[in-house]
Ligand binder design. Structure first.
Ligand code: ATP
Length: 299
């Protein structure tokens, strides 16, 4: 018996970052959107716990840990411990979401693993317990369960779905130039010692989403981590300028980067921008729509 669960990449339409708290975490006010770039996780009954990962051409297989460090196995063990059962099964993950790109690929896999184990092991975990387990695995994991478009508060783990009647077109350009999330936050602290305790509110993006007007959303997009990310990797700023010159309504660093996403006005606009960026030598250029569903069973 086996089960396949699909989980989506996320982008942040708004990422307001406040001054670091005493425990080192930065308070966030963020709006996530799940977009149509997916990882598929298949769990097959087996006596032992095992994991294999197959990656798309644009992903370096060495970037994905294959042992106990993989968040899929951590998620399986956390759910098993919660219920006092033994974790077992053969996981196979097919990855399309860029790794360490600020698109929550690991978080998507963790959410998919929670859903798959809950079903295959017949545990009937409550939504509240699944969300709490997800938050224990990482700040973005609860959103990966919920999907769609949602506001995230706290460290981003307190998610509430928001009204988003739009169908938004995105172009995503992953980068091989590493940019670690802790480095970007450290640089944020250095550049913004005066950052407010309360992060910038997501309200303008929420209003733009409700309007369903791409030009309005383009104006409202906001990411406090863009400045430190571009300061550390100036080529990301050049990429944003190029995409905007090639017809995108707005380019933005995704989360802590280094992936850059572009909001376009239509499917055709996204194809044109993607074609121009690929023509300019950016090897991997992905197009996607959002919002899409959170982690859900395919078969
Ligand atoms: P976020 O946007 O949530 O900050 P990210 O997209 O920047 O995340 P991930 O793709 O989730 O980054 O990977 C971050 C790190 O997690 C990787 O460098 C990798 O070492 C580790 N990792 C563990 N399990 C996985 C997994 N299943 N897929 C990808 N990375 C994983």
């Amino acid at each position: 018996m086996s089960i396949t669960v699909r989980a989506a990449a996320k982008i942040n339409l708004h990422l307001g970052v406040g001054r670091a708290r005493d425990d080192g975490f930065h308070p966030l006010d963020t709006v996530y959107q799940a977009i149509g770039i997916h990882d598929d996780l298949t769990l097959t009954q087996a006596d032992r716990l095992s994991l294999t990962t197959r990656v798309a051409d644009h992903i370096d297989p060495a970037a994905v840990p294959d042992g106990a460090d993989n968040i899929v196995l951590r998620a399986a063990r956390a759910l098993a411990a919660h219920h006092g059962v033994t974790a077992s099964g053969a996981f196979e993950v097919r990855k399309d979401i860029p790794v360490a790109g600020g698109m929550a690929g690991g978080s998507a896999d963790a959410a998919a693993a929670l859903v798959a184990c809950d079903r295959l092991w017949d545990l009937h975990t409550s939504d509240d317990d699944l969300l709490a387990l997800a938050a224990g695995l990482g700040s973005d994991v609860p959103f990966s369960l919920v999907g769609g478009t949602a506001r995230g508060l706290g460290r981003g783990e307190l998610v509430t779905p928001v009204d988003d009647g739009g169908a938004w077109w995105w172009v995503a350009v992953p980068s091989t130039a590493g940019l670690s999330t802790p480095d970007v936050y450290r640089h944020f602290d250095a550049l913004r010692p005066d950052a407010p305790e309360v992060p910038a509110s997501a309200e303008p993006v929420l209003a733009a989403l409700a309007s369903r007007e791409p030009v309005r959303l383009a104006r409202a997009l906001h990411n406090d981590l863009q400045e430190p990310a571009v300061d550390l990797r100036p080529e990301l700023g050049d990429l944003i300028d190029l995409g905007e010159a090639e017809g995108a309504l707005r380019g933005m660093v995704s989360g802590s980067g280094p992936t850059v996403v572009f909001l376009c006005d239509s499917a055709e606009g996204a194809r044109e921008t993607a074609g121009a960026l690929a023509g300019a030598g950016h090897g991997v250029v992905l197009t996607a729509t959002g919002p899409v569903a959170g982690a859900h069973v395919l078969a």
